[in-house]
Design a binder for this molecule. Structure first.
Ligand code: AHR
Length: 542
């Protein structure tokens, strides 16, 4: 039955460290194949609401706004716009972000932060300098800075995740920004904030100690040991100002780095005791190098990200062992997305202009399906990944695009909005049996990628289902192991004939959600079909 090219069934168990096979390499959740499966093409999902992995931290579905291209200027701040309020904030964008319910937003970078002097962006606007941002070769007028960001966060109902400059910036400057943001009064920097007209402290909890410091492209790039020592110094000074901070050290920029994992280990050897989390980043593309431009491999790339999570955790726990530390770090996947088209030349060079059109990636259907798969991977790893940011939010590799007259939703908006809407409570420890297909370099990959959540308050169960099969629908039987829900509450679906279809201002609804026929429940089972090339979310209620 298991000749290399025959379709197989794979049993996917969504808990960490379950029994393994060759497939373990593709994720902490993958488990042994079930050689006895005789269920034809039917996939089975076993749900037991008593078996959960971890509560989901809402910050798992955060996002990111960098001073880059038209993300801040024109995107969220455009005082000359007919759509702006008296603060210069785009009202339509604020409404959309508020409606999405984004819990946390990283700011101000990204590569930008490593050359940013936060003092340039505070105080009277007429006194703020125009500065050349050397990360993206763009002009920053500094009309939007820390206080404007805090006001915008409050208005859209989100929390700030503040990035610190550990490139050209010093540990002292990092601690000064903490003091400016979090101390009530009576110190140099808190009194400066008050002088600027903001009496109340912001109490920002989460801070990133620099950005991608392993990358030779990063302003102030240094060795792992140098960075680890600088992060330790910054953490100690910041904690002296506010001991309640949650601090995230910079991990590897991705598995493509020659220093991948070794960087993480060396950094943590220096600063493990002083930080709470380690960051990881990942951008995926359907390119000749990465996937052979093969969409069926592309749709499996979330499993490669899951492997990255497992490897990064292994390093954290190795250093924990070295240190004999009682503390377990969590992961901050604070940049992830599809990004491969707008990645070179004029797409990344602002030519000294204000708000240039940079990184304006156009997302198609297959990108949205993969984003759904990535969200499934994040959900399955919610026991250790406590924060993650879809990079980014507006105009720059973003789900929301604006022009002077309005905005539209890119394809990737939909799976992201469904995670925000439906992934609540705790992650279910599902057992999934799925037929599989062979992917070069990855082995057998399940056609159906499933994650699930249960909300303890109201008992609502949601399943998030990616069907990677490009040509066939698949039948799924959900088996309720403890109690069967009374009804199906909702079922949303993204699918289409053309994997390359995309939305635009001219055709904003080309790729848009459909409804899946609501599955009926009988005898503790629900049976339904998911179309080829699809991502679906179904929610059941007591
Ligand atoms: O999100 C775009 C860029 O990607 C960020 O500035 C950087 O951190 C990463 O390389």
């Amino acid at each position: 039955m298991f000749s290399a090219n025959r379709r197989r069934f794979l049993r996917q168990v969504s808990s960490a460290g379950i029994a393994c096979s060759a497939n373990l390499a593709f994720g902490r959740f993958l488990s042994a194949q079930t050689p006895t499966s005789n269920s034809g093409d039917l996939a089975r999902v076993y749900v037991d609401t008593r078996r959960t992995l971890a509560p989901i931290d809402r910050n798992l579905f955060g996002s990111f706004l960098e001073h880059l291209g038209r993300a801040i200027y024109e995107g969220i701040y455009d005082p000359g716009s007919k759509l702006a309020d008296s603060n210069g904030f785009r009202k339509d964008v604020m409404d959309e972000v508020h409606h999405l319910g984004v819990p946390i937003i990283r700011y101000p970078g990204g590569n930008f932060v490593s050359g940013y002097n936060w003092l340039d962006g505070v105080g009277p606007k007429q006194d703020r300098p125009q500065v050349l941002d050397k990360a993206w070769n763009a002009l920053n007028t500094n009309q939007f800075g820390t206080n404007e960001f805090m006001a915008w966060c409050k208005a859209v109902g989100t929390e700030p995740l503040m990035g610190l400059n550990l490139g050209t910036g010093t540990a002292e400057q990092a601690a000064a920004l903490v003091e400016y943001c979090n101390v009530e009064k009576g110190t140099r920097w808190s009194d400066l904030r008050r002088k600027h007209g903001y009496a109340e402290p912001y109490n920002v909890k989460h801070w990133c100690l620099g950005n991608e410091m392993d990358g030779p492209w990063q302003i102030g790039h240094m060795t792992a040991t140098e960075y680890g020592l600088k992060a330790q110094d910054a953490a100690r000074q910041m904690h002296a100002v506010d001991p309640s901070l949650q601090l995230i050290a910079c991990g590897s920029s991705g598995p493509f780095m020659p220093t991948y994992l070794e960087w993480d280990r060396e950094v943590l050897e220096q600063c493990y005791d002083y930080v709470d989390a380690l960051s990881l980043h990942r951008y995926v593309g359907n390119t000749a190098e990465e996937t052979g431009s093969d969409s069926s491999k592309y749709l499996a790339m979330n499993l490669s990200m899951e492997k990255q999570i497992g490897e990064t955790l292994a390093v954290c726990d190795l250093v924990r062992g070295h240190k004999r530390s009682p503390k377990k770090l969590w992961l901050s996947f604070d940049e992830w997305n599809v990004w491969y088209r707008a990645r070179s030349g004029d797409a990344v060079n602002g030519h000294g202009q204000e708000a240039p059109h940079l990184l304006e990636e156009v997302y198609n259907l297959e990108d949205a399906l993969l984003v759904g798969g990535i969200l499934n991977s994040l959900i399955r790893n919610a026991d250790r990944v406590k924060l993650a940011c879809l990079a980014q939010l507006i105009n720059v590799i973003a789900p929301i695009m604006t022009n002077p007259n309005g905005m539209f939703r890119q394809t990737i908006y939909y799976p992201y909005s469904w995670a925000l809407q439906f992934a609540r409570g705790s992650v279910l420890n599902l057992v999934v049996e799925s037929p599989t297909y062979d992917v070069s370099g990855m082995g057998q990959v399940p056609y159906l990628d499933v994650a699930g959540t249960v909300s303890p308050e109201d008992g609502k169960v949601s399943l998030f289902i990616l069907n990677r099969d490009l040509s066939k629908a698949h039948a799924i039987e959900v088996n309720w192991q403890d109690k069967s829900p009374a009804r199906t509450l909702s079922s949303v679906l993204l699918t289409g004939d053309d994997l390359k279809a995309f939305n635009s201002f001219e055709a904003p609804q080309k790729v848009s959600p459909k409804t899946l026929d609501k599955p009926s429940i009988a005898g503790g089972r629900a049976k339904f079909e998911v179309p080829a090339r699809s991502y679906a979310v179904i929610q059941w209620g007591a």
